[in-house]
Design a protein around this ligand. Structure first.
Ligand code: NAD
Ligand code: UDP
Length: 309
């Protein structure tokens, strides 16, 4: 198949490009390099089935493809808050442009939505039927509400125009090729530990996240794209094993053998206190569940960061 990936020079998109090329597909990436890097896809450049185009998804784009993975959007709070208006535009106008394209060429399109649509959840673990608890005027809203609106656009392009849509809600994902200055917790802690700097826990470290290794996400993502036509989602794709941020810091220190000390900094506004996916739907519909335990995934990610910093 001919497959378009928006945001394909980023962390997840570069792994997805590699996987789809290995499966024998032709892959075209659109990226404006806001948080993506050429070096993430450098090793794919010689593959005659791979092509990358510098393009901003807030502008229309025309091409003939069979499938579209819509991943373009900064994912780290530091980056998505850097230009909040642009983040909303990327999610909303990017979705409109890609859905318009999918409609025109009759392609199947998958949206990379997020656990952030649940906000600071008061239902735990989070199940897809939960509508969420998002502050629409808070500092995370540009990302959360942008992604919520994108979901709305996806379902309405399906209802009104029969576009073949798929929505996955991705929970915290980590692995090689995260940007060293990405600002997300796994990359921050590993880089700090490897450089012997203080490990910065925001708040008291009792907030929780459930961390998924990137290979597990890719498997769920590809299964969702190719699932039967009437299964649209949204479906949670995440690892349900939940850790406190303090436990994560201690694990990173142990696995790196670092002498770094833990320091505590203020918790950012609207930082969700707990997050854990209910993955019953993905298990049932996609026969999918994550396989990589945190320890194994962290070891691979630490090896990667050792090679780049
Ligand atoms: P990333 O920041 O590494 O990748 C995002 C990519 O999108 C980058 O290559 C960036 O340059 C590109 N991009 C941003 N704005 C663009 C625009 N206007 N036009 C074209 N390209 C643009 O982040 P990631 O972790 O790889 O996330 C990929 C997708 O998965 C995002 O949509 C994100 O919201 C979603 N997601 C990720 C996670 C996670 O834990 N990593 C969790 C939930 C959802
Ligand atoms: N966090 C932290 N130290 C850091 C970076 C993040 O304690 O250096 C915390 C952050 O406040 C949040 C959790 O780790 O509670 C996960 O943050 P991340 O930005 O990775 O993802 P998100 O909050 O979007 O789930």
């Amino acid at each position: 198949m001919k497959i378009l990936i928006t945001g394909g020079a980023g962390f997840i998109g570069s792994h997805l490009s590699e996987r789809l090329l290995n499966e024998g597909h032709e892959v075209i990436v659109l990226d404006n390099y806001f948080t993506g890097q050429k070096k993430n896809i450098h090793h794919l450049m010689d593959n005659h089935n791979f092509e990358i185009i510098r393009h901003d998804v807030t502008m229309p784009f025309f091409i003939e493809v069979d499938q579209i993975y819509n991943l373009a959007c900064p994912a780290s709070p530091i980056h998505y808050q850097h230009n909040a208006i642009k983040t909303v535009k990327t999610s909303v106008m990017g979705a409109i442009n890609m859905l318009g394209l999918a409609k025109r060429i009759n392609a199947r399109i998958l949206q990379a939505s997020t656990s952030e649509v649940y906000g600071d959840p008061d239902v735990h673990p989070q199940v897809e039927s939960y509508w969420g608890h998002v502050n629409p005027i808070g500092i995370r809203a540009c990302y959360d509400e942008g992604k919520r609106c994108a979901e709305t656009l996806f379902v309405n392009y399906h209802r009104q125009n029969n576009v073949k849509i798929k929505i996955i809600r991705i929970f915290n994902t980590y692995g090689p090729r995260m940007h060293p200055n990405d600002g997300r917790v796994v990359s921050n802690f590993i880089v700090q530990a490897l450089q012997g700097r203080n490990i910065t826990i925001y708040g008291d470290g009792s907030q929780t996240r459930s961390f998924q290794y990137v290979d597990d996400l890719l498997e769920g993502m590809v299964r969702m794209m190719n699932s039967r036509e009437d299964f649209l989602g949204p479906v949670n794709i995440g690892n349900p094993v939940e850790f406190t941020i303090k436990e994560l810091a201690e694990k990173v220190i142990e696995l790196t053998g670092s002498n770094s000390k833990i320091v505590y900094e203020p918790l950012p506004q609207d930082d969700p206190l707990q997050r854990q996916p209910d993955i019953s739907l993905a298990k049932r519909e996609l026969d999918w569940e994550p396989k990589v335990p945190l320890n194994d995934g962290l070891i691979k990610t630490i090896e990667y960061f050792k090679s780049v910093i």
